[in-house]
Design a protein around this ligand. Structure first.
Ligand SMILES: [Fe+2]
Length: 497
């Protein structure tokens, strides 16, 4: 493990966030609580920033923090409010044998442990390792962010543990914190063995920001009750990523006895960066993501990544970059190499997740010609099945699309009666889809946009709060989009490859 120390002006953390749809520094919620009032700070003062990396016990990959004011392995100190909150789980490495957990405490608490095992009662009763309960330690960090305004700030304490060497398709019980200060006990299931043909289910959503009408927590409850094994999120978790009060509201939303932590601590939640998240330290520090860090260089870190789950390969991309050339340069190179390495006999399904739209009929955010030019040829070359987009706060499904015209417009490919792609293969049964489907399931709290389906590439569209459930059963797939407020099914599609 090592530390790299950087010296930056704290003020550089607070540069403009590139919001393109009406976000205002004054528009953050002011009602979410934190453990303690922030100490006043001169935002122009110099603070040393540090990066910490290590290989968690039993894991093979390196975990690296973003640039923060403090980072290292957990200690033994319990502060005044040491009980973990904001507990949420993610895939850190191989989904069938690992998981990662993040949580938040007061600033003084640096103890960072997880107790886990197969017996819920044993985990519940434990205050340390036992014959039935294992312990792992993780890292903790502190980042400086805005509190409620442009001119105040707050130090935020986050903890992260990675557990490796687990059995596939197995439910583990766990709690996090440290002796005398544990969270409640949660359960999380590892993924089936790679290439498994057993049925499994994931949710796809995006744009929870503002949490209009409290649909974020309604949807989380529905997704938990529907038995989702995984949740992929296309970005824009909050409106102003630098405001910690918004993240507190995101992680603490509740509806009666249900709090979003009940779902987020049980269903791995895999995020992509939206223009409102904007790769802020808040976004990078609060979520664990698979990192590809090779010796001597940083790789792409947490900006974009991929992972496998059962018989599917996911690529999670970042389309809100500091330098536009990244999208057609290093990121496209990475995407091509990543997809070229996929064995479609093992993971016949390939999904991409990112924020902005290659295809959409909405005038609120037009389709991105930049993304089409950079990424669609790669999606086409490797016959990506589905792209889950966000950014437009509607529900929308494209027709199968393959290829671009001279004016950078998509070409509608052969489709079945439901708008599904067709498959041609000698002898039948498998093959490449005629085209890629582009979904926008991006209103899990964000204010709704005007909806239109008057585009040749659009098959279905609805202007309601929504999320998508995707049932994968070997080479069959079913998409079910729901209106969060009524529970009604607003779109459904099944096909096989
Ligand atoms: Fe957006």
């Amino acid at each position: 493990m090592r530390r790299v120390t950087l010296l930056l002006l704290a003020a550089s953390l607070f540069t403009g966030c590139g919001d393109d749809d009406g976000a205002s520094p004054d528009s953050g919620p002011a009602d979410a609580g934190v453990d303690a009032a922030p100490a006043p700070r001169d935002l122009g003062q110099e603070r040393e920033l540090t990066v910490f990396d290590y290989v968690p016990e039993g894991c093979s990959g390196t975990v690296r923090t973003p640039e923060v004011v403090e980072a290292g392995m957990g200690g033994e100190t319990l502060g005044a409010a040491p009980t973990p909150d904001h507990v949420h789980v993610a895939i850190g490495e191989e989904a069938s044998t690992t998981f990662a957990v993040n949580w938040h405490t007061d600033l003084a608490t640096d103890v960072t442990q997880i107790l886990y095992g197969l017996d819920e009662d044993a985990v519940d009763a434990a205050d340390g390792a036992t014959d039935e309960v294992a312990v792992r330690s993780g890292h903790t960090l502190v980042y400086e962010t805005r509190y409620e305004t442009l001119t105040d700030s707050l130090d935020v304490r986050i903890h992260e543990v990675h557990v490796c060497g687990l059995e596939p398709s197995t439910t583990y019980y766990y709690k996090v914190g440290g002796p005398g200060a544990w969270s409640e006990t949660f359960d999380v299931a590892t993924a089936p063995v790679l290439g498994s043909t057993e049925p499994w289910t994931f949710a796809a959503s995006g744009d929870s920001r503002n949490n209009t009408a409290g649909v974020w927590q309604l949807a989380q409850r529905q997704i938990l009750e529907a038995g989702a094994d995984l949740h992929v999120f296309s970005g824009d978790a909050v409106n102003l990523s630098a405001l910690q009060t918004e993240w507190d509201a995101f992680f603490e939303a509740r509806e009666g006895d249900f709090q979003v932590q009940d779902a987020l601590a049980r269903i791995p939640f895999m995020v992509s960066n939206g223009n409102h998240d904007n790769l802020r330290v808040n976004y990078l520090a609060q979520f664990a993501m698979p990192q590809d860090i090779s010796e001597g260089e940083g790789g792409q870190g947490e900006e974009w990544y991929s992972f496998d789950y059962a018989n599917a390969h996911f690529v999670v991309l970042n389309d809100t970059v500091e330098d536009d050339a990244t999208i057609s340069g290093p990121e496209a190179d990475w995407l091509r190499a990543d997809l070229a390495a996929v064995d479609r006999d093992v993971t016949p399904w390939v999904f991409a997740v990112h924020h902005r739209n290659l295809y959409t009929c909405m005038s609120s955010h037009s389709p991105s010609g930049q993304l089409r030019t950079a990424w669609q040829p790669i999606y086409d070359e490797f016959a990506v099945d589905v792209v889950f987009q966000g950014h437009n706060h509607v529900y929308e499904r494209s027709r199968p699309i393959r290829g671009l015209t001279a004016t950078n417009e998509g070409v509608v490919a052969a489709e079945g009666a439901g708008g599904e792609p067709t498959f041609e293969a000698p002898g039948g049964g498998s093959g490449e889809p005629s085209g890629t489907l582009y979904f926008t399931a991006a209103a899990i709290g964000a204010p709704l946009y005007e909806v239109s389906d008057a585009c040749p590439t659009t098959r279905a569209a609805q202007g309601v709060a929504n999320y998508l459930m995707v049932d994968v059963d070997d080479r069959s797939i079913t998409f079910t989009a729901r209106n969060i407020e009524t529970g009604a099914v607003i779109d459904e599609l099944t096909y096989s490859k």
